[in-house]
Design a protein around this ligand. Structure first.
Ligand code: HEC
Length: 182
């Protein structure tokens, strides 16, 4: 190999490492983004592998979603909460992952996820979040063009908007999603 092509090759490899490194960084950086109330992806670390509680579909937003639960809340659901006990235990977390929909090109009657829209979660800490029913809320809006997340809400009061609507299901401990038979 000539000296020139050696330098060219090592330069190219260096640039490739830089690009790969930047990719890894941006995936990690998502964990540092904080909602205005301080909650972040760090609070739901590992959620990608959590169990599905149930899917849902918003006819007015044309979005398909799935709701994930951490092991604490899955165990509680299995024990029959919120029917058998009025409250999910501290440490319970639910994550909602929402996508725009598209028709499966090879089989159009099937609606499937298209682009990720946002990730939001609620976590139970009855002391820390006592102003919002014992649940802390956070939402991160995803922009697929830049592969970046933006926290939702101007200040910490955004959570009262979440809480208000979730109060519709106060008798189910503010949780809409039920754990269906599987
Ligand atoms: C106008 C009503 C409304 C508002 C406002 C709202 N939600 Fe919800 N949320 C719902 C409904 C209805 C569901 C049931 C599942 C679905 O819609 O996909 C839900 C489900 C959820 C779930 C899954 C657990 C459950 O209760 O089923 C999470 C997590 C969640 N919302 C977080 C938030 C966060 C965070 C905010 C505020 C940034 C928020 N929600 C604001 C109506 C609302």
């Amino acid at each position: 190999m000539s000296k020139k092509s050696f330098f060219f090759l090592s330069g190219t490899i260096g640039v490739l490492f830089l690009i790969a490194g930047a990719g890894i960084l941006s995936a990690d950086q998502k964990y540092d983004i904080k909602a205005p109330n301080g909650l972040s992806f760090n609070d739901i670390k590992g959620y990608e592998a959590w169990q599905v509680v149930a899917p849902s579909y918003r006819t007015d937003k044309n979005e398909v979603r799935y709701i994930l639960g951490n092991p604490v809340i899955i165990e509680a659901y299995k024990k029959g909460v919120p029917k058998t006990s009025p409250a999910f235990p501290n440490g319970s977390i639910l994550v909602k992952v929402a996508y725009s929909e598209m028709k499966e090109p090879t089989f159009p009657p099937a609606l499937v996820p298209d682009k990720l829209q946002r990730i939001e979660f609620m976590m139970r800490d009855s002391e820390r979040f006592k102003d919002t029913g014992g649940w802390g809320y956070a939402r991160f809006v995803y922009d697929s063009a830049t592969d970046a997340y933006k926290p939702y809400g101007k200040d910490a009061s955004f959570a009262s908007e979440c809480f208000q609507c979730h109060t519709l299901v106060k008798d189910r401990d503010y949780v809409f999603t039920k754990y269906p038979v599987r």
